[in-house]
Design a protein around this ligand. Structure first.
Ligand code: UD1
Length: 371
């Protein structure tokens, strides 16, 4: 690159941090002349949801934190747009790079497109076809607004083509979140460090299950949340449960007065944990039960069985090639799959193509040439 170009990279919520870290690292290594501006929207703001990820993943301090905080989907999206627009006016970037499918992703893509700034989307083309989830709407709209789209799996390209996105804009680059996983795996914290005295529960049992829940469809409805917590308690009779509780879930457990459902000698609840702690928890678990998107991919990369507590996934390769099984919120099915994993060890799976730890380097090479 001969002329200095300006690229704004956007992060906002927890799952963005693992995706942006290797991209920033690769771009800085390859393009000393690139003016790389990092903007954090502030969608996630707690120390547990933000700062410890920046520190552990070596993400540079953002040039600007828009500090939007919580709000309804529309208020949060609108507030991000309102606060991001002056940054685009100030930096006059050649392109804006967004990752994933959170509100910050669509909000910043829309501002950029409206200002005729080129949009780059990393993790493009994933589709659950479930538009009751805000993330699916964010994915479809962000891809429509994007000028360069990097995908993690081959099917994504077909999804984009079916929606009229020109194949010339799409590059199959691999999975940047798995770059972060591979880069950090040797530094992952062993659960004994995190759980301190509670680790004896796991040591005694010889194994544990790891649970995460935060989707509005699972945690915003008191009956569904109570049903899932009741099953966690049942599962704890068979295998110790480690459950880092997301702020949304924590608030709802308190609001619906469900704390007693987590009282069991084999249930260990935690505040949200850092990246290296979560990586250690996943890597040492007998199985993971989750409604997260990223964890479906991380468990596939680690070869750990995963039961997904959702009706669908936008990451089908974790099912067809990886260790993931969709179980929804059907307790009979969850129980059956859990028992089977405890008896047989679960799906073996293989690591998908280009989930090799070098996706961000491929993106940086392509992006710098394209810019
Ligand atoms: C968001 C993303 C979701 C992603 C998840 C990962 C959207 C639409 N959703 O959902 O795709 O999987 O992040 O965590 O973008 N809160 C805090 N501290 C924080 C952040 C949030 O207490 O640092 C609380 C707030 O009360 C907030 C609630 O958690 O209302 C939910 O946060 P929000 O960012 O609205 O959505 P998530 O459920 O985190």
């Amino acid at each position: 690159m001969t002329v200095t170009k300006t690229l704004i990279c956007v992060v906002g919520a927890r799952p963005n941090f693992m995706k942006i870290a290797p991209i920033v690292r690769a771009l800085k290594a390859k393009a000393t002349k690139l003016n790389l501006v990092l903007i954090h929207t502030g969608q996630h703001y707690d120390q547990t949801m933000k700062a410890q990820f920046f520190d552990q993943l070596g993400i540079p301090e953002p040039d600007k934190d828009l500090e939007v905080g919580a709000g309804s989907l529309s208020v949060q999206t609108a507030e991000i747009m309102k606060r991001f627009e002056p940054e685009v006016d100030y930096y006059k970037p050649d392109a804006v790079l967004v990752v994933g499918d959170v509100n910050s992703t669509i909000a910043c893509a829309l501002v950029s497109a409206q200002k005729k700034i080129r949009v780059v989307h990393v993790e493009a083309g994933l589709r659950s076809r479930d538009r009751t989830m805000p993330e699916e709407i964010n994915r479809v709209l962000t891809d429509q607004l994007s000028d360069r789209l990097y995908t993690t799996e081959k099917l994504a390209e077909d999804n984009l083509a079916a929606e009229g996105v020109c194949r010339d804009k799409v590059v199959f680059a691999g999975n940047v979140m798995i770059d972060t996983l591979r880069y950090n795996l040797a530094q992952a914290k062993h659960p004994s460090e995190l759980l301190a005295d509670n680790y004896s529960i796991i040591e005694k049992a010889g194994h544990y299950s790891l649970w995460t829940l935060h989707r509005p469809s699972n945690v915003d409805n008191p009956e569904i949340l109570q049903k899932l917590l009741t099953f966690i308690k049942e599962a704890a009779d068979k295998i110790p449960v480690v459950f880092p509780v997301h702020p949304r879930t924590q608030k709802n457990i308190q609001k619906f007065k469900l704390s007693s459902f987590l009282e069991h000698p084999q249930i260990i609840t935690l505040s949200p944990v850092g990246y290296l702690e979560m990586l250690g928890l996943m890597n040492n678990a007998r199985l993971v039960l989750t409604d997260s998107g990223g964890i479906q991919e991380e468990t596939t990369a680690l070869g750990i069985p995963c039961l997904t507590l959702r009706e669908n996934t936008e990451r089908p390769i974790t099912i067809s090639e990886g260790t993931n099984t969709i179980v929804g919120s059907d307790i009979t099915l969850i129980r059956k799959e859990l028992d089977q994993i405890l008896q047989t060890g679960g799906k073996a799976g293989r690591v998908p193509t280009l989930w090799d730890g070098h996706a961000a380097e491929r993106i940086a090479d392509d992006l710098l040439a394209w810019l």
